[in-house]
Design a protein around this ligand. Structure first.
Ligand code: NAP
Ligand code: G4F
Length: 329
């Protein structure tokens, strides 16, 4: 039985990935941080097959213990401070966790492998946020990086450190440059989930107003379930590499609003939506659209859920939650 260690197992992607790997017959270990983390209950309830290991990306010795306890064949480093807006207010913490945390994981792997680094495959969760002020449209693996947030800068560090450990030590370390991916498990701070949950509450007369920031931003939004499959495919390749994972389509926040409100029968959302400067960013990433040709050709990967299906899935899930008929995702 292959063994996988996942950091960030309590997050959106970690939960989808844990389920995918379990379905493929892996023994799954998940790193969970903090004292009495409330999300442990979610894991026990939804993913009882995950062996929970206590540790923190900031604490190398805890990572070494996690490697010793799991002795993994594959490691998926998904743990991060992942909310871009928060990263300006907590730039140093974001750098410690999202940048230096990657280095801690790579060092833990190197030390644990005792000179045989090739036996453990490593996935790093890089991000399209690294493209920031985009230098090319669409963005591919060779597009120049120009991050626009402390989060983006931290991800660039992790990305290049992963490449450096691959080139320095011959590590099977791959980096997935994933564009935005969403699901009913998306955190409520992200715009897609913020909209879907508000739409469900507005439809149920529990809320009257949704306050947002920049409605013109464009993102390449896919479904998280598809994207964790791409992570797994990367680690099944003979050679490690870097891959863009995206739908290769872009849509604005306004288009997301159109589809989300229409799903509950509201064609004109303007009476419900307000804009507030507090949700504007010091530097915005205006447009993201990926070119995932390499992943499609070499990994045989492609997205299975369209933008419209994704919006409907998220709104329907939140409507079910509000009505007390929620199903597991
Ligand atoms: P998420 O839901 O925010 O999950 C982040 C995970 O990181 C959580 O499990 C969190 O634990 C954990 N974490 C935070 N600080 C940690 C620390 N100090 N030590 C150990 N774990 C820590 O993020 P996601 O959407 O699943 O994304 C997964 C990864 O992909 C992240 O690295 C993200 O930056 C990257 N990414 C995401 C997207 C996207 O669109 N979703 C796109 C590109 C890249 P708690 O639950 O305890 O807070
Ligand atoms: O949903 P968001 O917060 O996601 P963002 O910043 O694109 O970051 C996500 O995707 C990255 C991949 O590119 C990941 F690396 C990262 O970890 C995260 O998962 O914001 C999307 C867009 C932004 O342009 C933002 O300015 O929506 C705009 N927006 C407008 N109003 C808002 C709001 N975003 C949020 N969170 N809240 C608003 O009220």
């Amino acid at each position: 039985m292959a063994r996988a260690l996942i950091t960030g197992v309590t997050g959106q992607d970690g939960r989808y990935l844990a389920r995918l790997l379990h379905g493929k017959g892996y023994e799954v270990f998940g790193l969970v941080r903090g004292q009495n983390n409330p999300k442990i209950d979610i894991l026990h309830r939804e993913l009882p097959f995950v062996t929970v290991l206590n540790g923190d990306l900031l604490d190398l010795s805890s990572l070494l213990r996690a490697f010793a306890a799991s002795d993994p064949d594959e490691v998926y480093n998904l743990g991060a401070i992942s909310y871009v807006a928060y990263s300006w207010e907590n730039a140093m913490l974001t750098t410690d966790v999202t940048a230096k945390g990657v280095l801690n994981m790579l060092e833990a792997l190197r030390l644990h492998s005792n000179g045989d680094v090739g036996r453990i495959r490593f996935y790093q969760a890089s991000s399209s946020e690294m493209y920031g002020k985009v230098q090319e449209v669409p963005q591919s693996e060779s597009t120049l990086l120009w991050p626009r947030s402390p989060y983006g800068v931290a991800k660039v560090f992790g990305h290049y450190m992963t490449i450096n450990y691959r080139e320095s030590y011959g590590m099977h370390a791959s980096s997935g440059i994933l564009f935005n991916h969403e699901s009913p498990l998306r955190g409520p701070e992200f715009v897609t989930r913020k909209i879907s949950s508000a739409v469900a509450r507005i439809a149920a007369d529990l809320q009257t107003t949704l306050t947002l920031g920049n409605l013109d931003a464009q993102r390449d939004w896919g479904f998280a379930g598809d994207y964790v499959d791409a992570m797994w495919r990367m680690l099944q390749q003979d050679e490690p590499d870097d891959y863009v994972i995206s739908t290769d389509e872009t849509h604005s926040v306004r288009e997301y609003l159109d589809l989300a409100f229409a799903r509950v029968g509201i064609d004109d959302w303007s009476p419900y939506v307000e804009q507030d400067p507090q949700f504007m960013r010091p530097a915005e990433v205006d447009l993201l659209i990926g070119d995932s040709t390499k992943a499609r050709e070499r990994l045989g990967w492609k997205p299975t859920i369209s933008f419209e299906q994704l919006v409907h899935m998220m709104v329907d899930s939140d409507v079910a939650r509000v009505n007390g008929t929620a199903v597991e995702h």
